[in-house]
Design a protein around this ligand. Structure first.
Ligand code: ADE
Length: 394
């Protein structure tokens, strides 16, 4: 992780987080551990837990505890109660800063743990779902401290959401099914940056891809990118695979599955496990059976059957290893720099959702290019002048 390492080296000397405690709720896997250690080297006291019951890497948690003496909570397969107990445990440290993925930690300090909100100087949010929740909180005027929208930083979503989710979703799909993708019909629900990445990689492996969308502009984009666009229910009738990446609930409804192609493989790469109606699958199916590790076959009430991967939770982290290291290097570099920015600027900030400053995006891009030994051009003085003028162009 050359970008995060460069930042970590600087943090070691400057200690921007000296005396501060940071509570983090992220997917706890190896790359996340490196972010936690970079912040620790910057002087922070770290309290880390998982932001999802099924995405922790238990070996990493063990190593962070025993080899690096970090306070880390969570385990893969934890119950809902354990999950919340762990979120509460990191909040018991009375943090100054929160770093969240999905918004559950942030919600807690605005509800049951609101006694903590006065001492928190602000925080960062990693993902689309969490940012959507923050937008609602900001609109309702209930945000109690500044939050940074890391998801929408260019150096995050262009790469993490598209190439990261694209590749790690394929990993989860392939590891759990061992099925051929070439020649299959695949449906991707949602054509945001995550959906784009998934569709692109499925196509690359030889699938014929259909996209479903609710946003007409994104639907046009999908058509122009060469995909068929149709409603979910229709698309499922002939599909071999369907993958959700929308941030919305009930995208694949139980009722749609009654008429889906028998044996269709269902997976989700969105933050929460409500994109596919897993509750209805559980309550309304005749029975279910574990047919492979991470694959549950549901026998529906009308005799149809479908295969659900990883309980409908993020397939790329629960069956795969999360985004590739080169991607998380950039995403977590943004997290680290935004946390530093927050410490330096929190007195000027208010209870709002902030975009990541453009300088931070630029500096992550510069370090990344340097680490890859890639040179690029810059504008000369005449061009800079041209940029600043409104004269006739010829
Ligand atoms: N690894 C750590 N956090 C991740 C995330 N939000 N998505 C994918 N892989 C990750």
């Amino acid at each position: 992780m050359p970008v995060l390492s460069a930042i970590r080296e600087r943090f070691k000397g400057e200690k921007p987080f000296r005396g501060l405690s940071i509570a983090m709720a992220l997917h706890v896997e190896a790359k996340t551990g490196v972010l936690a250690l970079a912040l620790k080297d910057g002087g922070a006291v770290i309290h880390l837990t998982s932001c999802n019951p099924l995405t922790s890497d238990d070996d990493v948690i063990g190593s962070l505890r025993s080899d690096f003496s970090l306070d880390v909570h969570g385990r893969k397969g934890e119950s809902r109660d354990e999950y919340y107990a762990n979120l509460n445990a990191v909040l018991d440290s009375r943090p100054d800063i929160i770093i969240d993925d999905g918004g559950d930690l942030t919600r807690l300090v605005h509800t049951e743990r609101s006694d903590l909100s006065d001492r928190i100087i602000g925080g960062n949010e990693e993902t689309t779902t969490g940012v959507n929740r923050l937008r609602v909180m900001e609109k309702k005027n209930i945000l109690k401290f500044p939050m940074f929208d890391v998801n929408d930083a260019v150096m995050k979503h262009y790469f993490d959401n598209r190439y990261g989710t694209g590749q790690s979703t394929m990993e989860g799909l392939l590891v759990s099914t061992n099925l051929l993708i070439a020649g299959k019909l695949a449906v991707v629900c949602g054509y945001g940056y995550c959906g784009k990445g998934i569709a692109m990689r499925l196509r690359g492996l030889g699938a014929v891809v259909t996209v479903t969308e609710v946003d007409p502009t994104k639907a046009v984009e999908a058509v122009m990118d060469g995909y068929t666009v149709m409603p979910v229910r229709d698309a499922l009738k002939t599909a071999d695979f369907a993958i959700t990446a929308t941030g919305m609930k009930s995208v694949i409804k139980y009722s749609d599955l009654l008429t889906a192609k028998p044996g269709i493989v269902l997976a989700n790469s969105g933050h929460f496990n409500n994109e596919i109606e897993v509750d209805n699958l559980d309550s309304r199916s005749r029975r279910k059976e574990e047919v492979r590790k991470n694959v549950t076959r549901y026998f529906l009430e009308n005799g149809n059957h479908v295969d659900l991967l990883s309980e409908g939770r993020l397939v790329n982290l629960s069956a795969g290893q999360g985004h590739p290291v080169e991607i998380m290097d950039m995403s977590f570099a943004i997290q680290a720099l935004v946390a530093e920015y927050l410490v330096k600027n929190h007195e000027k900030l208010s209870r709002k959702l902030y975009a990541v400053p453009a300088d931070i995006d630029r500096s992550v891009a510069e370090i990344k290019l340097k680490s890859m030994n890639v040179n690029y051009d810059s504008l000369d003085s005449g061009q800079l002048e041209y940029l600043d003028s409104w004269e006739e162009g010829t």
